[in-house]
Design a protein around this ligand. Structure first.
Ligand code: ZN
Ligand code: ZN
Length: 163
């Protein structure tokens, strides 16, 4: 059956930050193809299928919606992950049953941030700072590694099964 999961995240940016969400994310899923629970799946918005990192096989899963919005200093992302799911038992641990949302849901969202302070000081690579927010991220403030200007504050994304 078709299954939908919604991942939402928000970060607060300072006026010095130029913030862009990446269209790539990693998501933990009980994989019907290799019959293993808790596999990390690599997804990219715009790609028709995903990649299960267990043995790098295609997975019947994609990012079906990817909405980045701005409200004041907030940068929000809501993305929907759609997959084909059916019940199974783990191939290596037959007592473990797969779930539509894996037992310990985990996601990692990536972003790129630029520093206007560095830009204004003529630093050529002011846009190149990459970072990520994952389910095990504590609320964190990141600063520019070059000049120390505070850029963003973020917290762990939320994961919800959509009925
Ligand atoms: Zn797999
Ligand atoms: Zn800087």
């Amino acid at each position: 059956m078709l299954s939908h999961v919604e991942v939402t995240a928000r970060v607060t940016v300072t006026p010095a930050a130029h913030f862009v969400w990446s269209n790539r994310l990693d998501f933990t899923h009980d994989c019907l193809v290799c019959l293993r629970v808790g596999r990390i799946i690599q997804l990219q918005h715009g790609m028709p299928y995903a990649l299960c990192t267990g043995n790098e096989h295609p997975a019947a899963m994609r990012v079906s919606a990817f909405d980045a919005t701005e409200q004041g200093a907030e940068r929000r992302l809501r993305c929907r992950i759609t997959s084909w799911w059916a019940p199974f038992n783990d191939q290596m641990e037959p007592d473990v049953q797969a779930s539509e949302l894996t037992a310990q849901p985990w996601v990692r969202l990536n972003y790129r941030v630029g520093c206007h302070t560095c830009r204004d000081n003529g630093v050529g690579e002011w846009l190149g700072i990459e970072g990520h927010l994952s389910s095990d991220t504590a609320p964190v403030t990141s600063s520019c590694p070059r000049c120390g200007t505070e850029l963003i504050t973020g917290a762990a994304p939320e994961i919800n099964l959509v009925g």
